[in-house]
Every structure is written in C-alpha cells, then in structure tokens.
Design a protein around this ligand. Structure first.
Ligand code: CDP
Length: 298
C-alpha cells in the first residue's frame, strides 16, 4: 500500500510473513522531498500461522492502474552487482513487461573479442569484429527468463566468467561498441513496456524514460550477493577477487569519457543494502504506481 503521512513522508507498507509462520507488517518510509530512499524499516510480527492469502487480490488491485494503463519505460542503473538485474526482472514479471539486461550485451561482445583475440585499441579491427556479432535474448522454455545468445550460441553462463568480468569495462568504454549496442537497445524499447538495467539507460539509452531508478548498495553486501550468485552458477571466484573486480569496474565505468555511469538528474536513488528482494520490489512498484497515477491524472 502507498501512504503519505501527515509530516509529508511517503511510504509503503505490506503484510509479511516470517519463516516460522508469524504475520506482520513491514513499512518503508521515505522523505518525499528527496530523491533518496529508505530509511525506516520496521517489521512487527503479530500472529502465528498466517496463510499467504493476502496477495492475489490485493496485488491485482494494487497493480491495476499499472497493468491496465499505457505501458511505460523503466530505466534501472547503478554500480556493479547491486541487484539491478534482480529488481529489473522482478519488475518486468510483476508488470508483464520485457526485461533487457544491457550488461549481458556488453559481456557478449567482450566474450567474442576475447575468443577472436580482437585488439581493442585498433578501431578498424573492432569495427570489423562488430559486423560479425549478433546478440539476441531467447526463451528456452515458456515462462522461463530469456538467455543471452551470441551468434546462435547460448552464452549465458560463459559471459559471467572471471575472464569476461575482468575485461568487460574496457570493452564497454569503446565508443564504437557503445553505438553498436545502444542502437539495438533503443530499438528493443521502441514499443515501451520495457525494463532495462545497465549504466547509461536513464542518461543515454532512454533519457525520456518515465521512471528512472538508480540503485546503490554497500560494497560488502554487493560482494556477498555476487559471491552467492556465482556459487549457484558453479563459477569459481573468491570474495577478494570479486570485490576487487566490482571496484575496478565501477572506477572504469564512472570515469570513461563516453556515457559514464552516473545518476540521471531525475532518477530516484534506492540504497538496497538493508532490503530483501521482496522489499525492493515493493518499493519500486510504489514508484511505478506513483508515475502511473500521475500520468492517469494528466
Ligand atoms: O551485473 P553487473 O552489475 O556485474 O554488471 P553488468 O550489468 O553485467 O555489466 C557489465 C559491464 O558492462 C559493466 O561493468 C559496464 O562496464 C558495462 N555496461 C555498460 O557500460 N553499460 C551498460 N548499459 C551496461 C553494462
């Protein structure tokens, strides 16, 4: 639920359930005057054995203006491994939008360059290599998330490797590569109803996006999240290696000349260090709802 308090704070509150079956209310309160979030989160458990039956109807009512109204474009930007893709996927699923992981496209180009030993400092070589690259997202099974294909090969796992992670920011700093991928990203978002995550989505790819979110989280939280993710995928990287990679990529991404990572002026910043997946989704949906209602009201 989206509420406004008498002292001008906005917030969301929702029914949550603990692992031992207790029911409670989770509230997230945010100052309405600043583009920064959170900071008061409280969960009060009151009752045992609460069956999670709230959601269906309540959620449909909650989402109704959003899914019935004309679709919007949602840009999700931020630093490495701060949960952008998770949030973007969850938003796309809730709103029945298309999700595009723009980072996967930079990773796929990097994988191709590594395999073909392209000299990234030779612009001719880079241009020729780009002509041979085709990237697509395909659903292997209905209802499953799309995976990344590079020239008809499923590269979803390989693009997350240490080698690709260590080179992707250098490749992403090349203007020719950016022009090549940004054009494709803009074409994918032409019809709206898209959630795209990356570094320059709100600033360059979709500067007119109706909703722009800029995600941040503390470095130790980001490291642990990426460590867990790589473990699940069976990719070996130690915590210190991961932390060093995240910091180095952030440095290159934020300081490159072409489309550096920065918060768009009209983006809403969310620090999700203390939020779980459901809470960050709930908060983001409250912003979607706000934008949608504002548009409905003209
Ligand atoms: O998931 P993670 O935060 O590790 O990064 P990613 O989204 O997979 O992006 C990998 C890299 O691609 C970033 O570190 C950037 O160098 C580059 N990238 C970019 O320059 N612009 C984008 N829109 C998306 C990614």
């Amino acid at each position: 639920m989206d509420d406004e308090t008498s002292d001008g704070k906005r917030g969301t509150s929702s029914i949550v359930q603990s692992s031992d079956g207790k029911r409670g209310t989770s509230s997230i309160v945010q100052s309405s005057d600043a583009n920064r979030s959170i900071v008061n989160r409280s969960i009060v458990f009151t009752e045992k054995n609460f069956a999670p039956r709230t959601s269906h109807l309540a959620r449909i009512r909650y989402l109704c203006p959003m899914i019935t109204h004309e679709k919007i474009t949602i840009a999700v930007d931020g630093f490495a491994s701060c949960g952008k893709s998770t949030l973007a996927k969850d938003l796309a699923k809730s709103l029945q939008y298309t999700f595009i992981d723009s980072g996967a496209m930079y990773r796929a180009v990097t994988l191709y360059f590594l395999r073909q030993e392209v000299n990234i400092y030779d612009t001719e070589e880079v241009s020729k290599a780009l002509e041979k690259i085709s990237i697509s997202f395909r659903h292997l099974e209905e209802g499953e998330l799309a995976v990344t294909f590079l020239n008809d090969e499923n590269v979803e796992r390989e693009i997350r490797s240490k080698d690709v992670s260590e080179n992707v920011s250098l490749v992403a700093a090349i203007s020719k590569v950016r022009r090549f991928l940004v054009a494709q990203q803009q074409a994918m978002g032409k019809e709206k109803g898209i959630v795209m995550d990356g570094r320059d989505i709100g600033t360059v790819v979709f500067p007119d996006a109706e909703l722009k979110l800029f995600i941040t989280a503390q470095i130790d939280v980001r490291t642990q999240r990426r460590f867990d993710e790589l473990q699940r995928k069976g990719i070996e990287m130690t915590r210190p290696q991961i932390e060093a990679n995240l910091q180095e990529r952030d440095r290159i991404d934020s300081t490159r000349k072409d489309s550096p990572l920065k918060k768009a002026e009209d983006a809403i910043e969310i620090d999700n260090s203390a939020l779980n997946r459901a809470e960050q989704l709930e908060l983001a949906l409250s912003y979607v709802k706000r934008v949608t209602v504002e548009r409905l009201n003209g």
